[in-house]
Design a binder for this molecule. Structure first.
Ligand code: PMP
Length: 455
């Protein structure tokens, strides 16, 4: 097909189908339908090429935390691109936005974090973590410490190293794995047989890390990585006992703790970082997404002093970096985005205002016959769809109830995501009370529609 000048509507769908390979997509299935073309956005709403207005209950891909249509961010990017659209941070150079952002990140993170290494995405950030962790132990004279312990159903990205760190088996089956990664049980109480109390389950799943350390050999384990709340795995909020026990284990065995803050960071949980929420003291915090509210790509890794000092003092050159490590426009956007979060007190708003407000409505959704559990922390929530509540019985996965519900939702003007039969949401921090009410009303209505459709 010849290229069409500024294609619109169905022309776009046709071109998309012919030329565009989408991330995490079954193209055969997509081509039987058509992709939805999102053409513009404002506040918490996105608009598609059919003229639909849809409340974005997912903040894009868990990232547009400050909301759409922020002229200040656009202006910051444009100004930076005029001044210096690109320069690298290699070869003993730097530029003002990468430096300013590095200093800003130090201010909003825990005291052990004074240094940041920039990347372009969450996946690249986690690749950086793997290399830096192993490099650290080499420099400490313990090169046999190679193993990184992660969890089943974790998501840490899609590059080979990040996918290996993650615990998504369908990803593991495609394209190969790096060695030296072990996976332990996730703290997913609702998904367990629920024979233990949530608190007991939190301790038990944390102890599976200890068991793994002893199985691999304590002198061979380099680090443990976890998302404070597993996002892509289904917004799995661990029992309160989990993270303190993980911290105890990391301390006792002297292994590094990596808190993957790609979703939880920058206010999603009502604190700057998920580690602040749970009171852990990580050595590494990979981040991305919310650092720029998704306006431009940027990732990075905060590295604790005890690690960074060794890398710097003993390491010589660290043979690692990306063309876009600390891209000037991305950094300028991040700076403006963090200023907005600060100026408008948005992290506090998630904690004490819109977060609790939405949670009240969210908790009510648990009264729906299809909802076995409604959970939310900050602006990160999940609904577990179940066949029966007593006894709690889940649907046969093949029935695709979550997908049916998700399709009703988007067709009724609300984006939520289905992770199996777990419906997840993560709206922008600027969500108003009225918009929160709209989310709850639409969710209830679509739960009704789902129930009717599967009856
Ligand atoms: N870590 C976590 C916790 C994530 O949720 C994601 C993305 N969803 C990533 C890493 C990977 O980030 P990216 O897609 O930017 O590579």
């Amino acid at each position: 097909m010849a290229a069409i000048e500024k294609p619109t509507g169905s022309d776009l769908q046709e071109l998309d189908r012919e030329h565009h390979l989408h991330p995490f997509t079954d193209h055969k299935e997509l081509h039987e339908k058509k992709s939805r073309i999102i053409t513009s956005a404002d506040g918490v709403y996105i608009f598609d090429s059919d003229g639909n207005k849809i409340l974005d209950g997912m903040s894009g891909l868990w990232c547009v935390n400050a909301g759409y249509g922020r002229d200040e961010i656009v202006d910051a990017a444009a100004a930076q691109m005029r001044e210096l659209p690109y320069y690298n941070n290699f070869f003993q150079c730097a530029h003002p936005p990468s430096i300013e952002l590095a200093a800003m990140l130090q201010e909003i993170s825990q005291p052990q974090f004074n240094r940041v290494f920039f990347a372009g995405s969450g996946s690249e950030s986690n690749d950086t973590v793997v290399r830096a962790v192993r490099r650290y132990w080499d420099l400490m004279g313990q090169p046999e410490r190679q193993t990184i312990i992660s969890r089943q159903n974790a998501y840490h990205g899609s590059t080979v190293a990040a996918a290996s760190l993650g615990g998504m088996t369908p990803m593991h089956k495609q394209g190969g794995l790096i060695p030296g990664i072990e996976h332990v049980e996730q703290p997913y109480w609702f998904g367990s047989d629920r024979s233990l109390s949530p608190d007991e389950f939190g301790i038990a799943t944390a102890r599976s890390i200890e068991d793994k350390i002893n199985e691999v050999g304590p002198d061979k384990v380099a680090a443990f990585i976890g998302e404070p709340v597993q996002g892509a795995g289904g917004v799995i909020i661990p029992p309160d006992t989990y993270w303190p026990e993980v911290q105890r284990i990391c301390d006792e065995y002297g292994i590094l703790l990596i808190s993957d803050e790609v979703i939880c960071g920058f206010g999603r949980m009502g604190e700057w970082f998920g580690a602040d929420y749970y009171g852990t003291r990580p050595d590494f915090m990979p981040f991305a997404k919310g650092v720029t509210s998704g306006y431009l790509p940027l990732g990075g890794v905060m590295i604790s002093d005890r690690v960074a000092d060794v890398l710097i003092d003993k390491g010589g050159e660290f043979h690692h970096g990306y063309t876009y490590s600390g891209h000037p426009a991305s950094c300028a956007v991040a700076i403006e985005n963090i200023r907005i979060l600060q100026r408008e007190d948005l992290v506090e708003r998630v904690k004490n205002d819109i977060g609790p407000y939405l949670k009240k409505g969210w908790d009510k959704l648990a009264e729906h016959p299809l909802v076995g559990e409604a959970r939310m922390v900050g602006l990160l929530g999940a609904l577990e769809l179940v066949k029966t509540k007593e006894p709690m019985e889940r649907f046969d996965e093949k029935q695709g109830v979550g997908t049916i519900c998700r399709d009703f939702l988007v067709n009724n003007g609300l984006v939520m995501r289905a992770v199996g039969d777990t419906m997840v949401a993560a709206p922008p921090f600027i969500l108003s009370y009225e918009e929160a009410d709209e989310m709850i009303e639409k969710a209830w209505k679509c739960l009704d529609l789902t129930q009717q459709a599967i009856a």
